[in-house]
Design a protein around this ligand. Sequence first.
Ligand SMILES: Cc1cc2nc3c(=O)[nH]c(=O)nc-3n(C[C@H](O)[C@H](O)[C@H](O)COP(=O)(O)O)c2cc1C
Length: 163
Amino acid sequence: MKKTVIYYGSTTGTCEEIAGRIASALGVSDVKSAADFGPDAAGYDVLVLGTSTWGDGDVQDDWYGELDTLKNLDLGGKTVALFGCGDAEGYPDTFCGGMRALYDAAVAAGATVLEGPSTDGYSFEGSDAVIDGRFVGVALDEVNEPEKTDDRLAALIQAVKGL
Ligand SMILES: Cc1cc2nc3c(=O)[nH]c(=O)nc-3n(C[C@H](O)[C@H](O)[C@H](O)COP(=O)(O)O)c2cc1C
């Protein structure tokens, strides 16, 4: 497998815990907080980036200062996979919307972003993280549907393993 790092933005630990589960499944040891994101991220072939969603569809706080850093990296030829934690019942109009800021920054950096899942099987009203009927990364709802998380992560794990 290619040289892979996982960065997560997490306020109450949910996204951090998911990052750990992805790391175990991939056998990746570089798992870092978004607060520690920096230019060294460009030294990896694959970047798995996660954020929970806060405010009104916003990226988690630790990513705020780092979005410009991400945007300005040269990630041409690199792959980015995204995952997000949200609450579709509590925030149905902005479900996992924070992933969109990561997607836009990764695209601006020239990365190839792995396709996220279709919205089929999710129950929510709206999200900036949806483009043409697909999430920009794996949308997770540990608040209401934790039993679906492993299945939802499987495609990401399989795709990264296959790179
Ligand atoms: C004040 C507040 C605002 C939130 N806003 C959203 C939101 O806009 N969209 C969403 O999907 N989830 C929203 N959530 C739910 C969190 O994203 C969810 O609880 C998540 O699992 C937290 O992950 P973390 O512990 O990694 O930060 C919000 C939660 C709180 C308390």
